[in-house]
Design a binder for this molecule. Structure first.
Ligand SMILES: Nc1nc2c(c(=O)[nH]1)N[C@H]1C(S)=C(S)[C@@H](COP(=O)(O)O)O[C@H]1N2
Ligand SMILES: [Mo]
Length: 368
């Protein structure tokens, strides 16, 4: 028996607000950012969201090597000491899982049921990848460069190492970083220790963790995580469009205090400072953030961005009047892209950048 998962279970239809054991197992492993940490420019490492398909490999960094192989003129390997000795860059980058928001789309795709919380910003430290690719020197007919982690597992009956690819021309435009540290500390095991890439401005799936192989390919890369998933599809026959750069999006720190189970909020009347973050893909600037109160939109104050590839802080002083309210936020970037009110349909539940809505009950100050 080589592959016991050759006939995988088929994905059942989903029902709104009802989650089965497989979805709950995924949700327990892949924790989300605490939305209250959106008040900070940098997400504390322990509160950064996690998305891991298989198991977290436990790697001895003293033995770990990165191999440049395949159709390079000058293939070589580097150990971690050599990588740490290369020119060092620290970049704040916002990572967001492309499945973020999946649970709010209807029908919900059967997978990791993210609400709003699969996003975070870290200071990533490492060395730019481009000079290393140049040193390895791809042969003339190379079209794709693949990035493979040491984590192996099965999906839809296919056993594979988690791997992704970028074309030579994508690599020229993207400031890909080979990363060994996060927020001033060596990478935590679950975030890719000892080595990962970070692809700024793209959804998280491109930022391969536990990286040990960079391969130059003269044919199109056909790894499972490139071809079978992370594609926008309308139906199962659809070949789909690859998921690439982040769509414009914004979130707010939920104001006031929550009810334990419903997570609805209670706020005191009067001036309430609403804080949040907004971001977009490919280094595009956020030009406008609006704050919605029961469907009436006002301009929020755009404070400033944490970095070219990191989110932008915004705030709005809301004069909260007693009663029940729906609060929302909506960002627009420099290309004019903005967030839809309703989640766009996608078969895999990818790229849902619909606006966030939070229900709050405002109590008159003298009633509390
Ligand atoms: N090797 C490997 N790299 C991976 C993954 C994985 O499962 N294995 N998950 C990807 C996905 S889908 C996302 S969103 C990001 C999440 O990074 P984080 O867990 O550090 O937040 O890692 C990406 N890199
Ligand atoms: Mo992801």
């Amino acid at each position: 028996m080589n592959n016991p998962f050759i006939c995988p279970i088929s994905k059942p239809d989903t029902e709104k607000d009802i989650y089965d054991d497989a979805e709950r197992r995924l949700a327990n492993r892949n924790s989300g950012t605490l939305l209250e940490t959106l008040a900070l420019d940098i997400t504390p490492s322990g509160a950064h969201y996690l998305l891991t398909h298989f198991d977290t490999p436990i790697i001895d960094s003293n033995k770990h090597k990165l191999y440049f192989e395949g159709a390079f003129e000058n293939p070589f390997a580097l150990d971690m000491d050599q990588i740490r000795g290369l020119p060092e860059v620290t970049m704040p980058v916002t990572l967001e899982c492309s499945g973020n928001g999946r649970a709010h789309a209807s029908p919900r795709a059967y997978s990791m049921p993210w609400g709003y919380e699969a996003v975070g910003t870290s200071e990533w430290t490492g060395t730019p990848l481009a000079p290393l690719i140049a040193q390895a020197n791809p042969k003339e007919d190379v079209i794709d460069i693949s990035f493979t982690g040491v984590d192996f597992g099965y999906d839809a009956g296919v056993g594979h190492y988690f791997g992704r690819s970028l074309t030579i021309s994508q690599l020229e435009k993207l400031d890909v970083l080979l990363v060994h540290s996060m927020n001033g500390q060596p990478l935590l095991p679950q975030h890719g220790a000892p080595l990962r890439i970070v692809v700024p401005g793209w959804y998280g799936m491109a930022s391969v963790k536990w990286l040990n192989k960079i391969e130059a390919l003269t044919e199109k890369y056909e790894g499972f995580q490139q071809i079978k998933t992370y594609r926008f599809r309308q139906n199962p026959e659809d070949e789909g469009r690859p998921v690439t750069s982040l769509k414009v999006k914004s979130l707010m720190v939920p104001p006031g205090v929550p009810d334990w189970l419903s997570r609805d909020r209670c706020v005191k009347s009067g001036n309430v400072t609403i804080m949040g973050k907004a971001w977009s893909g490919s280094g595009h600037k956020i030009t406008k953030v609006e704050f919605g109160i029961d469907g009436h939109w006002k301009d929020a104050q755009v404070i400033g961005r944490t970095g070219k590839y990191a989110w932008t802080a915004w705030q709005y002083i809301w004069n909260a009047e007693p009663g029940e309210h729906i609060l929302q936020c909506r960002a627009t970037d420099e290309t004019g892209e903005t967030q839809p009110i309703d989640p766009p349909f996608d078969l895999g539940g990818f790229g849902n950048n619909a606006i966030q809505s939070i229900k709050v009950f405002v109590q008159a100050r003298d009633q509390i």
